[in-house]
Design a protein around this ligand. Sequence first.
Ligand SMILES: Cc1cc2nc3c(=O)[nH]c(=O)nc-3n(C[C@H](O)[C@H](O)[C@H](O)COP(=O)(O)OP(=O)(O)OC[C@H]3O[C@@H](n4cnc5c(N)ncnc54)[C@H](O)[C@@H]3O)c2cc1C
Length: 279
Amino acid sequence: MFHALVAIKQVPDTTNIRIDPETGNLVREGVPAIMNPYDAHALAAAVEWKRKLGGKVSVISMGPLSFTVTIREAVELGADWGALITDRKLAGADTLATSYVLATAIQAIHAKDPIDVLFFGKQAIDGDTAQVGPGVAVRLDVPIITYAVKIRDIDLNRRRIVVERRTEKWIEVVEAPLPALITCEKDIAEVPFAPLPDLIRSLRYEPEVWTMDGPPAFDPEYVGVRGSPTVVFKMGTPPLPQAGEKINSREVGVPVAVKTALDKAAAAGILNPLLGGVK
Ligand SMILES: Cc1cc2nc3c(=O)[nH]c(=O)nc-3n(C[C@H](O)[C@H](O)[C@H](O)COP(=O)(O)OP(=O)(O)OC[C@H]3O[C@@H](n4cnc5c(N)ncnc54)[C@H](O)[C@@H]3O)c2cc1C
């Protein structure tokens, strides 16, 4: 039987995230929340493969108690079981501390109910670091396939997974032994409308709530602010790009317009070397 585990994070439903200027942490209060979109697609892929192979999908999340809503949403989308790891001591975690907590929780789940594939989103749309999936894979010492766009095959007999991953130039087809961890692009699967039975089940679903005391017990040295060496010194928004200058070729003619544009680009030091204007 196939056992997939999906790590899901709740994120603010806005690109206008607010940062606490004192702590450099994300302010969640008063901001509408959603399941991280990449995680929703990763979950959809896990559920698709559960339906092909038979088995189950577990989800875990680390965050405040309000993340329960996101675990219920995962159940609505086809997850069978979920745990929320929540404790005040976990607050302020950077990617190192987040990876430690998730990896420790995954080890505990795997010991009871062996996991075949770990699904992560490519990145969270608030933190945007894309470090947590790789961080967990290293801690668990399992192969990782990042930027997955398609799962070609999961062979539980041969204990192999074949995945297409997108690089800047091409699609790579990668085979890895199970258990493996993949970080998913949105192309991995369409997020379906929830079937009615899953919708009804999700309304009453209560995830398991794990604290610092477990199960499993987390080492206070490695969690929360204490276990997070990253410090965000300063936050800000990048300056908006300046509006471009228009050269009206109808007024000055195309050759003059082109020459003017090239001269201006050369003066700004941004002329394409292929045009012969290397600075
Ligand atoms: C603006 C900003 C800048 C930050 N910069 C840094 C930084 O430079 N270095 C740093 O260490 N931290 C940084 N943080 C903190 C960072 O958000 C947290 O470490 C966060 O818990 C995980 O990082 P991420 O959101 O970038 O996740 P990513 O690594 O982008 O997430 C990838 C995937 O990991 C899984 N995942 C991530 N978090 C959780 C979770 N809590 N529960 C379950 N699954 C999860 C999901 O599947 C997700 O799709 C920053 C936060 C903000 C808001």
